[in-house]
Design a protein around this ligand. Structure first.
Ligand code: ZOZ
Ligand code: ZOZ
Ligand code: NAD
Length: 712
């Protein structure tokens, strides 16, 4: 019917194949191709029924999201789906949707317009639009309740998680699972099904009512409560709930009109632009200009981790979770036992929450071999070092593992800030040395910052990026400098948070204001989570670089001197109970006042605006500096680091995207104000930021220009 949609025939069954690689997104032309094919089949007397199937690895992954980007950038909409879906549903010949891979978003909506659905056992279906800050826009919120029932439709549309083929069958969303993994099995099964139903009256989803009756309205308020709690600050889940509720109150067409109105409101919001930016950003970070796809990678079958502290234990869990056996080495039995007890506690929590059964926990625990020596390290394909932050210790450990590891073993450091090249210099194989910077809690945070030393080989980088995916992380490549991308920016962010408490804000003011901005945790809470002693060790490493007369934060060091390292000791900026719940610590408050007094700081009332601007723009300014230096490949890489490693609100798109939405001229002006007040040592504006602001450009423009130059 066109390039994207093909119509063929199999003895009385019309087969419509959507062929728009890589994921059969609904780009302009696809809905039209389906519509034309349906009409041709309707008019062909030889056709008894119709099968719609996807070519390649999936059915349909949804609307072409790039079209949404074009629309919000001012282009006229080129995509319409609703009329095509009505035409499918009104087809006089039964239409069977044959789903493999994924039927997501608009893909799920297409499938629900069919009269029947068959599905491969490994496939998934879902309405993930809310993850892009939008809601289903082609009747999904109206048809899904009619098929799955209101409660499940509500959950799927408001929270976006896909479901398995088996669940879809149990709910009545699909009619049959087709077994068989061979190419052609699904088509054969779908065609056979189509023959079975060819003579039956075809049920139209939009006319079905049996699952809409007797709905307890309490489910909507309960769902709104959950959305407000778990999707804090996001209107799209609430809009999805409104639209699903409408399916129980309005006729189908009116429900669709309300859905379309809400869809448009969501689509043209900054939140949706931010989340779509993050969606493509997560895919962009894999593209490294000098490391082409297909670069040889090392096989990773066995791993070893050194240090079973806050990070080492979590890193070992990541390997075990991915089925990779991992040795966990410590220096003392006590530290090893403590590390293992934390791992066990984390897994037990997950089992208790029903995340996976006890048997899975047992399998994972069995993959972790705790020990106090280097036995078996000669078999490891990768060794990850996670000992205390200190160059002398790191070099000692790297010297030791260099002597034991096989030549093809990757030697990775989880250092937060230290020079990867200097660490590599302790080995005879600097090309095998790389930073694998995980984030606390390492079993939870999705980021893996991969730090490239000057000698690191391309194969080691390519392996690290692929390994990130295997460990279910988002890997972002960073250059080697103090703190790389994430922590280099974190330093001024934490600095301002501490200055603000010295100047008059309370710990709770700072944490709450940034939590309200959308961060998963405030900065002082993150310091307590990571361990104040980690930053203390870092500051001691770099103390010789401090410039006399330049103000530095003092409170964290003073807490460390008192043995208050944060969550791990139950006290830090805040106090913690056994369940990590914080409460204000009056002793810390007194300490802060004492520090301020000693430094001659006149405490004053600090506004929330000042807290947000000082912390956020310190972050952005440092981001712009390291972007200008080439430490990050793109501004979006920085965004992905912050979204996945530090709990930055996804609906603000990351710090650089946030700065774009504020306007770089405004951001620069505020930084210049802070420079005038607090000095150039702390607040000199990044040259790149100045350039972009002067030219009226954005970090997004910078990325586009870099991409154009790379492809020229
Ligand atoms: O790609 C994974 C995925 O989850 N995709 C997005 C699924 C999604 O969110 N679908 C909903 C879209 S919004 C929608 O459909 C609204 C709606 O209700 C329609 C209403 C229409 C109303 C019109 C009114 C104006 C997936 C699980 C599918 C595959 O994962 P993989 O890891 O195998 O592959 P990826 O993620 O690396 O993707 C491969 C390449 O495909 C690009 N891509 C994926 N989904 C896309 C898409 N491009 C455009 N639109 C999509 N829906 C992806 O960017 C990647 O590209 P490259 O260049 O990096 O290779
Ligand atoms: O609040 C969420 C979050 O994302 N917080 C931000 C965390 C963050 O910023 N991490 C980065 C720290 S900095 C770092 O790692 C880099 C570094 O090198 C430090 C160096 C020092 C600084 C140098 C300066 C120059 C968080 C994920 C923590 C919790 O999520 P929620 O708020 O949604 O709460 P929950 O309770 O629903 O938790 C979600 C799942 O996470 C599990 N969990 C929470 N805290 C944990 C933990 N697991 C282990 N250890 C912890 N401390 C929790 O059990 C839950 O699990 P599931 O199974 O229910 O999903
Ligand atoms: P931690 O103090 O919790 O754990 C360090 C562990 O290493 C201790 O259990 C210690 O006994 C052990 N250790 C010391 N020397 C050892 C050796 N020679 N062999 C084996 N084990 C040894 O510290 P952490 O927070 O897990 O930090 C570890 C590393 O990870 C540091 O480089 C740190 O900068 C980095 N890091 C920390 C965080 C964080 O948030 N805590 C995040 C990312 C990276």
């Amino acid at each position: 019917m066109n390039e994207l949609v093909k119509l063929t025939h199999l003895e009385g069954i019309a087969v419509i194949t959507i062929d728009n690689p890589p994921v059969n997104a609904l780009s302009p032309g696809v809905p039209e191709g389906i519509l034309n094919s349906i009409q041709a089949a309707a008019h062909d007397p030889a056709v008894k029924a119709v099968v719609v199937i996807g070519a390649g690895s999936t059915f349909i992954a949804g609307a072409d999201i790039r079209e949404f980007q074009k629309m919000t950038a001012g282009e006229k909409p080129r995509l319409t789906l609703h009329p095509t879906l009505l035409a499918i549903e009104d087809s006089p010949k039964p239409v069977v949707m044959a789903i493999h891979g994924q039927a997501l978003g608009g893909g799920m909506e297409v499938s629900m317009a069919g009269h029947y659905r068959v599905i491969a056992a490994s496939a998934q279906v879902g309405q993930p639009e809310v993850k892009l800050g939008i809601i289903p826009g082609a009747g999904g919120t109206q048809r899904l309740p009619r098929l799955a029932g209101v409660a499940k439709a509500l959950e799927m549309c408001a929270f976006g998680e896909p479901i398995t083929a088996q669940e879809a069958l149990a709910l009545g969303i699909v009619d049959r699972i087709i077994d068989g993994d061979l190419e052609g099995d699904l088509l054969a099964g779908a065609v056979a099904f189509a023959r079975e139903v060819a003579d039956r009256p075809a049920p139209k989803t939009r006319e079905r009512k049996e699952k809409l009756g007797a709905v307890d309205s309490a489910i909507f308020s309960a769902s709104r409560d959950t959305a407000r709690k778990t999707r804090r600050g996001q209107p799209a889940p609430l809009a999805a709930i409104d639209a699903v509720e409408a399916s129980t109150k309005l006729p189908f067409e009116e429900g669709c009109q309300l859905e379309a109105k809400l869809f448009n409101e969501c689509l043209y919001s900054t939140q949706s632009k931010s989340l779509i930016h993050a969606f493509f950003g997560e895919r962009a970070v894999n593209k490294i200009p000098d490391i082409p796809k297909g670069t040889t990678t090392y096989e990773i079958r066995r791993a070893a981790v050194i240090g079973a502290g806050t990070m080492g234990g979590g890193i070992a869990m990541n390997y075990a979770n991915s089925g990779i056996p991992v040795i966990l080495k410590e220096t003392t039995q006590e530290a090893l036992d403590r590390g293992l007890a934390t791992i066990r506690k984390n897994y037990t929590n997950s089992v208790q929450k029903g995340r996976f059964p006890q048997a899975v926990m047992d399998e994972r625990m069995a993959l972790i071999t705790p020990q106090l020596n280097y036995a078996g390290f000669d078999q490891a394909d990768i060794i990850v070092e996670a000992v205390f932050e200190g160059m002398a210790l790191k070099k000692q450990v790297f010297g030791e593992i260099d002597a034991i590891a096989k030549p093809a073993c990757i030697l990775a450091s989880n250092t937060s800030t230290l020079d990867i090249d200097e660490i590599a210099s302790a080995t005879k194989r600097p090309k095998m040395v790389i930073g694998h910077h995980f984030f606390s809690p390492a079993n939870v945070m999705r980021l893996l910052e991969v730090v490239r030393g000057k000698a690191t080989s391309k194969e080691v980088i390519a392996t690290s990026m692929a390994l990130g995916k295997r460990l279910k992380k988002v890997a972002v490549l960073a250059g080697n400098c103090r703190g790389f991308i994430g922590n280099r920016m974190l330093a001024p962010y934490f600095r301002e948070a501490q200055f603000l408490i010295e100047e008059g804000a309370s710990v709770e003011d700072v944490n709450q204001t940034l939590y309200d901005f959308g961060w998963a945790m405030g900065p002082l809470a993150v310091s307590d989570l990571a361990g104040l002693d980690v930053g203390w060790r870092i500051r001691k490493e770099y103390r010789h670089l401090e410039k006399p007369g330049v103000r530095i934060p003092r409170v964290a060091d003073r807490l460390c001197e008192l043995g208050r390292f944060g969550q791990k000791t139950g006290r830090g900026f805040s106090k913690y109970d056994a369940n990590r719940m914080p409460s204000p610590d009056p002793e810390t408050a007194a300490l802060i006042e004492a520090v301020a007094r000693e430094a001659g700081i006149q405490r004053r009332r600090i506004t929330q605006e000042e807290i947000v601007d000082r912390c956020l723009f310190a972050l952005v300014n440092e981001g712009a500096k390291l972007l200008g230096e080439g430490i990050a490949l793109r501004a979006v890489d920085i965004d992905i680091v912050y979204l996945n490693g530090y709990g930055f609100p996804p609906w603000r798109g990351g710090p650089m995207f946030y700065a774009d939405t504020v306007g770089l001229a405004k951001v620069l002006a505020r930084i210049q104000e802070f420079e005038a007040r607090h000095g150039s040592d702390l607040w000199s504006p990044a040259p790149l930021l100045q350039r972009l602001a002067q030219d009226g450009r954005t970090f997004g423009d910078f990325d586009r220009q870099s991409a154009n130059q790379a492809s020229a």
